[in-house]
Design a protein around this ligand. Sequence first.
Ligand code: APR
Ligand code: ZN
Length: 234
Amino acid sequence: RKGKTPEEVVRKYLQKVRNPPEEDCTICMEPLASPSGYKSAQGQPPVKPDLVGKLTKCGHIYHLHCLVAMYNNGNKDGSLQCPTCKTIYGVKTGTQPPGKMEYHIIPHSLPGHPDCRTIRIIYNIPPGIQGPEHPNPGKPFTARGFPRHCYLPDSEKGRKVLKLLLVAWDRRLIFTIGTSSTTGESDTVIWNEVHHKTEFGSNLTGHGFPDPNYLDNVLAELTAQGITEESLRD
Ligand code: APR
Ligand code: ZN
């Protein structure tokens, strides 16, 4: 994947569409049969603005130029996500800063899971300097409330979630840098789109147990990031 231009990455996931349907491109809102309404960013090689392509798995159709512009706005990791249905092409990665993920079993049961022990995950991320993939490259970021402790039941499903969370960690998808919706602080480490349970014996914050839907919800959130049981095989 190294060395591929953004246009080459996007083309890999597209089939050519010779006669575009009478619909608008939902990225630029111009008709697919007219040139892309997106201006080339400075310094980017131009893509023919009238080329139209269909994403191979989901079949959604866009201007090639619009998809390249969208790709260039992201973290350029070789993956692409359909803006309509969120189907992922390639392996999606995030912008989580460096740190550590550990876990161990504790001999207590969680509310709602009386028949098993508990997995405790410990995330530790120190403050640092933002990289080019972050909102303000070169500027420091803070990291509040670390180490953060999270809990899963040590059941078959809980262990499956743990394995998928380990994949999410490797793909840098558990945390990101941005503005905390809890504290309003910017340039800080925040949870990304995979919910965690940070409260053990109670549920005062809404991030505790019991929550009978939690494991299914987090599995759906992991799927939305492209992490499924299939990810455990590669
Ligand atoms: N525990 C788990 N998830 C949380 C918590 C929490 N205490 N607070 C917020 N979230 C979820 C939110 O529901 C949202 O989906 O994290 C997502 C991002 O929310 P932010 O407030 O922007 O995230 P962050 O600043 O990282 O979290 C604030 O979480 O673990 C604690 O110590 C941390 O008190 C801090 C809180
Ligand atoms: Zn378009």
